[in-house]
Design a protein around this ligand. Structure first.
Ligand code: PNS
Length: 159
């Protein structure tokens, strides 16, 4: 069985993430979306909330699983026999750091990284930019699933 992970913060999941996950799900037998737990970085949503939102927007893919992890991604992969990571690349600006991480992960544990170019529609989209736009009342329709847009509005209103 060909298994990969799609790692990230997913705070919150965007249509850009889902573009990559969907394309990975078409290529591999099992895709595990793993939410990285970063104790030193408080998110807008808790890890549990991020997983709940991910569950709502990925349930139609039968071969997509969800999980979270703390520590090194390669340890997560090695412990579960997952040989590769799938990452979206939006622009050249993503490339430097992504290449460093890919090479480090291969050096540490032989885990390969496969880069998928983000669809042009979402090449400018990031969770941080999305949150900034939403925080200032901007329209995020089309950038995130409706359920995420709703939760964003609630959270930014204090809910
Ligand atoms: O969505 P993000 O925040 O860009 O995702 C980055 C993430 C979580 C994929 C990356 O920071 C990561 O892999 N963190 C886990 C810790 C780790 O393995 N660090 C060494 C990377 S070489």
């Amino acid at each position: 069985m060909r298994k990969v992970v799609c790692p990230g913060s997913f705070d919150p999941v965007t249509n850009g993430h889902l573009d990559i996950v969907g394309r990975a799900a078409a290529l591999f037998d099992e895709v595990t979306i793993v939410v990285a737990i970063n104790q030193s970085k408080a998110g807008l949503f808790s890890v549990e909330e991020r997983l709940e939102l991910l569950a709502e927007v990925t349930h139609h893919w039968a071969n997509v699983r969800l999980d979270s992890f703390e520590g090194l991604l390669v340890d997560y992969c090695r412990d579960r026999g997952i040989p590769a990571i799938v990452k979206g690349l939006r622009a050249v600006s993503d490339f430097d750091y992504e290449l460093q991480m890919a090479q480090m992960n291969r050096q540490l544990a032989g885990v390969e990284t496969l880069f998928v170019p983000t669809s042009a529609t979402y090449s400018y989209l990031s969770s941080s930019l999305l949150k900034e736009v939403a925080a200032h009342g901007g329209d995020v329709a089309g950038l995130v699933p409706d359920v995420v847009a709703l939760r964003l509005r609630e959270r930014l209103a204090g809910g």
